[in-house]
Design a protein around this ligand. Sequence first.
Ligand SMILES: [Zn+2]
Length: 185
Amino acid sequence: MSGRDTPRIEAPLAGCCHCGNVELALETNMRPEELSLRADTCSFCRKHGARTTSDPSGRVVITVHRPEQLLRYRFGLRTADFLVCGHCGIYVAAVIAEGSSSYATVNVNTLDAVDRFTRPLMPVTYEGESAPERSARRKARWTPALIVEEGRQPSEPDSCGSGGAASKAVTSTAPTMVCSGVEHE
Ligand SMILES: [Zn+2]
């Protein structure tokens, strides 16, 4: 039952905000049942009821279909961008950039497999950290991340959990309606 001899490669864990503007694909060899589940006690995470996870050995691709509708909220030491969809208001992930590399922690509540995260919720507090300590911790624990901000691609249909086929990182401020077909309910 250990599964030790079986390949541990699972499909990326897909997720998105409520309206589908921001999509996640968390590539990890760990099952959701094995991934850590953290509840940061900072006021931002508490107000959102956020539960986060990361895998330093994995990778997360964050695809933003309408970059002009993405909020990058900063507070406290202002060392990370908390990505909030400006259209539906969902907190999706926090991201730091170090040179050309980015690292993210994702809000488990936005993942399709949310119900499979069964590890005990671990309350965490990072209040006493300095900015360098915080940066070092995040680089060690967060997931290497790729942020894809799409330009206008009218021919591409969008749906949550489609795996993020987009590869263009063209930032555009032009109004776009590429997500007009996304409704989940
Ligand atoms: Zn949204």
